[in-house]
Design a binder for this molecule. Structure first.
Ligand code: ATP
Ligand code: MG
Length: 429
């Protein structure tokens, strides 16, 4: 009975040890995973920032930063492996200790004649038998810790709050078109304490075109982020067809919007597939037609393989003007009711400028439009102008009205005109 006690008493100690190690190994696995994500982020950062790194001759520092991150990952992995590798030896030591104790007390008892040698041998056998599965169990426990650390990270990701959600299904309004858009005293800040859009109001219907003008950082892109419901306003309301956008099913809202962003993103696939992105069932003829309409056909035909030319990751094998034209063709093909355009600020050569302007004209035809405009030639395509400064609408009206008020807009106009901006281009006539 005493021997049985010894043999069994070792068990809780062994389990205790394993549990104790488990705490450390979970932490170590967590660390190893987080350093791994740091490492992947660094790789991504260095690859996409390659040109900037080279042009600022920062190869060496970037390399050293990368090596540091990598070392951290290696250290964390070695630590986790170390703990994981110590499970088996710890259990093994426990087993041997058990055997030694059984031998010691068994021998004493055998000498005093309480038990026979055979009983001792049997006990040692038993002890062996129950420690074997324990060894396996511990290995499984270690794997469990590693898996749990990974699952924790996964749930962290899944639990991330969705900022914008569809309205509850019984309230959701589905719209079939967009006829008008209205901002009513809209206020918003990415940080709730720092508003970047303040009390903005405007109403737009009947294929009207609104130009949003203002200095950099004024909050122009933020206004369209709100309209597309990437964020919700903190104050005021945004109405589409008279419904608060919060009550409109998001997919039905965005389906009728064509959004062309400041940096027109292209997917790393063929030119053709990029153009038909918004209308996947479009035929090749439709793709070509859209490209022709925006004046992109000519340059696409000059690309190797034409419409089957593959755009590289980051659109590095195509010029910025070409990228814009392709994204215009993409939007034209999708044929949205409401066009939202965040005009690129990048300067392009006067000829491409002309092509882009003509493409724009085509894109705006019979469409409700909101353009964040940087070029006067674009502004002139619009019916109404709203001038934003530090989140506030400081001026609002037609080109003629704003010129008469002699405010920010007229100053902006004169500045561009003096610098020989596109206003002097023949396309304006
Ligand atoms: N995702 C974001 N998170 C936090 N702050 C942001 C975010 N996007 C923009 N901001 C901040 O909000 C303010 C308005 O930015 P916004 O992009 O609307 O300017 P903009 O008028 O479009 O400027 P630009 O003409 O340079 O495009 C800026 O101060 C900017 O730093
Ligand atoms: Mg912007």
């Amino acid at each position: 009975a005493k021997l049985a006690l010894i043999a069994v008493a070792i068990l809780p100690i062994a389990v205790g040890f394993a549990w104790f190690l488990g705490k450390f190994s979970r932490a170590a696995y967590r660390k190893s995973l987080s350093t791994l994500s740091g490492l992947t982020a660094k790789i991504q950062e260095n690859l996409s920032g390659m040109k900037v790194i080279k042009s600022f001759v920062r190869e060496k520092t970037s390399y050293e930063e990368f090596r540091d991150t990598q070392d951290k990952n290696i250290d964390a992995n070695i630590k986790a492996l170390g703990i994981s590798a110590s499970y088996q030896p710890v259990i093994f030591v426990m087993r041997v200790t058990g055997t030694a104790l059984i031998l010691w007390f068994g021998a004493l008892m055998a000498i005093s004649g309480e038990i026979t040698i055979g009983t001792i041998v049997a006990f040692i056998e038993y002890q062996f038998l129950y420690f074997m599965p324990l060894m396996d169990l511990v290995t499984v426990y270690d794997q469990y810790q590693s898996a749990m650390a990974a699952i924790e990270r996964m749930f962290d990701l899944i639990d991330t709050q969705v900022e914008i959600e569809d309205p509850p299904s019984e309230q959701a309004v589905k719209i079939n078109t967009i006829n008008d858009v209205e901002f009513q005293n809209v206020t918003f800040g990415y940080d709730p304490n720092i508003p970047v859009v303040k009390n903005i109001s405007f109403k737009l219907g009947n294929s009207k075109k609104l130009a949003i003008v203002g200095p950099t950082g004024a909050g122009k892109s933020t206004i369209i982020n709100l309209l597309a419901r990437f964020y919700d306003p903190a104050g005021g309301r945004i109405l589409v067809n008279g419904y608060d956008v919060k009550n409109i099913k998001i997919s039905s809202l965005r389906r009728h919007m064509g959004i062309v962003l400041q940096d027109s993103f292209l997917f790393p696939t063929s030119v053709k597939d990029n153009i038909r992105f918004g209308k996947p069932d479009a035929s090749d003829d439709e793709v070509v037609e859209a490209a022709k309409a925006v004046g992109a056909h000519a340059f696409i035909m000059k690309l190797p393989k034409g419409y089957d030319y593959i755009i590289q990751e980051g659109s590095s094998n195509i010029s910025i003007g070409q990228r814009q034209l392709i994204s215009f063709a993409r939007t034209l093909l999708a044929n949205p009711k409401l066009l939202i355009l965040d005009e690129a600020t990048s300067s392009i050569d006067p000829y491409t400028e002309l092509v882009v302007q003509n493409a724009l004209k085509k894109l705006l035809e019979n469409r409700l439009t909101i353009i964040i405009a940087h070029r006067l030639s674009t502004i002139r395509l619009c019916d109404e102008i709203i001038v934003i400064e530090e989140g506030k609408a400081v001026e609002q009206g037609t080109h003629e009205e704003l010129m008469r008020t002699n405010g920010l807009y007229s100053a902006f106009y004169r500045m561009q005109f003096r610098e020989g901006g596109v206003e002097t281009m023949p396309a304006e006539a």
